[in-house]
Design a protein around this ligand. Structure first.
Ligand SMILES: [Zn+2]
Length: 467
């Protein structure tokens, strides 16, 4: 997901992202004499300001303290990065509704400005190309979610007892500074302090839980590379369970309001993961699980890495969808947002496969049902491999036409080649990024077939392809 399930976006107040007046502090940027500024965006046409150029983030060590009653967050972000050019200054993505209090680069005070969604940092000295450096940013404020071009909300979404934190495509900038385009993956450590009446759940492995003076600090280690949009720090009155089941470390957090419906939730994971491992290759992460929040106002689930977040107890197909994303989306991530079908088409096809495995509905029946959409329906006008803009990022064709594309490919090349393609895609691009052209090239290489006509019709041309 995030295909909207029951959106009530009107209940939310939009956060304007118009630039705020710049505030300059610290040393004078005029003393810089070497290097050039890093680009303010990663070059993605759908979200031009997202991400930044001139450096590569390697690790985020985030210490966050959150008070749900006031909505106040104070944070320290310690970022390890490497300059990819001689760098006079660089940007991080952070909304300016959060106030930066200090920035150091390699322990020296750096000057900075904030405006819109950009934090611009000028180190005391230019950074040489290829050099590793560390940035420490202290900041605080009351985080607010963003409203996306399609009207959905993402980011730091407050709930009655905490935070539903889902960040696709642009919410990460609402709660921590970083290089927030999906092409700059990094490892993460989250040290989150909340009142002891609450639980803070993040990605990766729970490594410590330390109560002190009415507050509890949770430490989560996300050791495999992760794109920012897949990070989560969700907070609520959760029931936390952490155990080994069927060879997996399954860590779940369930809103007590949903405890009855969520009975057995941890045990539902291994069968799905075992099946997907058998067809996609080994599960790529050190732990799994999920966050089941009571958040009917949010309306979508998200495949947050290792531990998807759900606004209600997931159905079997939704669970399969989000777990399939761990291979397709999380481990292998698109290069540009327009390639989002590589996430959603694959996860939708995995839903079809899981239903077939359970005996609920065959893949062919799922395909036939989707293909029955009338030729004149608007559905067929969106080319799968470029839905046209950020407002269409999660439109139905990205999911259903994407899944149909995979089924047509399977029928064309046969089961052996098709599943070899999926395994090669997951294996060759593990923890990396890849685009539609790479998928086509891989499909042709593995199958030994020329597939231009098939992909042209199903991915690039508007209109209902004939069979
Ligand atoms: Zn999805």
């Amino acid at each position: 997901m995030k295909r909207l399930l029951a959106l009530t976006a009107a209940a939310f107040i939009s956060l304007p992202l118009t630039p705020a007046p710049a505030i300059a502090t610290g040393t004078d940027p005029a003393i810089q004499s070497h290097g050039t500024p890093g680009a303010p965006g990663a070059g993605d046409p759908y979200f031009p300001d997202q991400g930044n150029g001139g450096y590569d983030a390697g690790h985020y060590d985030l210490s966050l303290d959150y008070e749900p009653s006031s909505g106040r967050l104070s944070g320290v972000a310690r970022i390890s990065a490497r300059a990819t050019q001689e760098l006079s200054r660089f940007n991080l993505d952070l909304v300016s509704t959060l106030s930066v209090r200090s920035v150091t680069v390699d322990g020296r005070t750096a000057s900075y400005t904030q405006g819109g969604s950009e934090l611009v940092v000028t180190p005391a000295r230019a950074l040489g190309a290829g050099r590793g450096f560390s940035v420490v940013i202290r900041y605080d404020g009351r985080p607010v979610h963003v409203v996306d071009p399609d009207g959905s909300v993402d980011g730091w979404i407050k709930t009655s007892d905490g935070v539903y934190n889902a960040n696709e495509p642009q919410g990460a900038m609402t709660w921590f500074p970083g290089n927030h385009h999906m092409t700059d993956k990094a490892t993460h450590r989250f040290t989150v302090t909340v009142p002891s009446t609450r639980v803070a759940v993040a990605n990766g492995d729970l490594v410590a839980k330390v109560p002190k003076g009415g507050r509890t600090t949770y430490v989560w280690d996300s050791r495999e590379p992760m794109a920012s949009y897949l990070a989560t720090v969700s907070i609520g009155k959760f029931e936390l369970a952490d155990s080994r089941i069927g060879g997996y470390r399954v860590t779940t957090a369930v809103d007590p309001k949903l405890a009855g419906d969520a009975a057995g939730f941890p045990d539902r994971h291994p069968p799905v993961l075992d099946y997907f491992s058998s067809i996609f290759g080994p599960y790529p992460f050190s732990s799994t699980g999920g966050i089941v929040d009571h958040a009917p106002e949010v309306g979508y689930a998200l495949e947050t890495q290792t531990r998807p977040i759900y606004p209600r107890v997931p159905s079997e197909s939704l669970l399969a969808h989000e777990l399939a994303h761990q291979w397709f989306g999380d481990s292998v991530t698109p290069t540009l947002w327009r390639d989002i079908w590589l996430n959603e088409g694959f996860a939708t096809y995995a839903e079809w496969l899981w239903a077939d495995k359970l005996g609920t509905r065959t893949v062919q029946a799922a395909f036939d049902q989707a293909y029955a959409t009338a030729a004149e329906d608007e559905f067929w006008q969106t080319p799968t491999a470029d839905p046209g803009g950020p407002e269409n990022l999660f439109h139905d064709p990205v999911y259903d036409r994407g899944a149909m594309t995979l089924h047509v490919l399977r029928r064309e090349v046969g089961d052996d080649a098709f599943f070899a393609i999926l395994r090669a895609w997951a294996g060759e691009h593990k923890y990396g990024n890849a685009d539609t052209a790479a998928f086509i090239a891989l499909s042709e290489r593995v199958s030994g077939r020329q597939l231009d006509a098939l992909f042209d019709a199903w991915l690039f041309k508007p209109g209902k392809p004939s069979l």
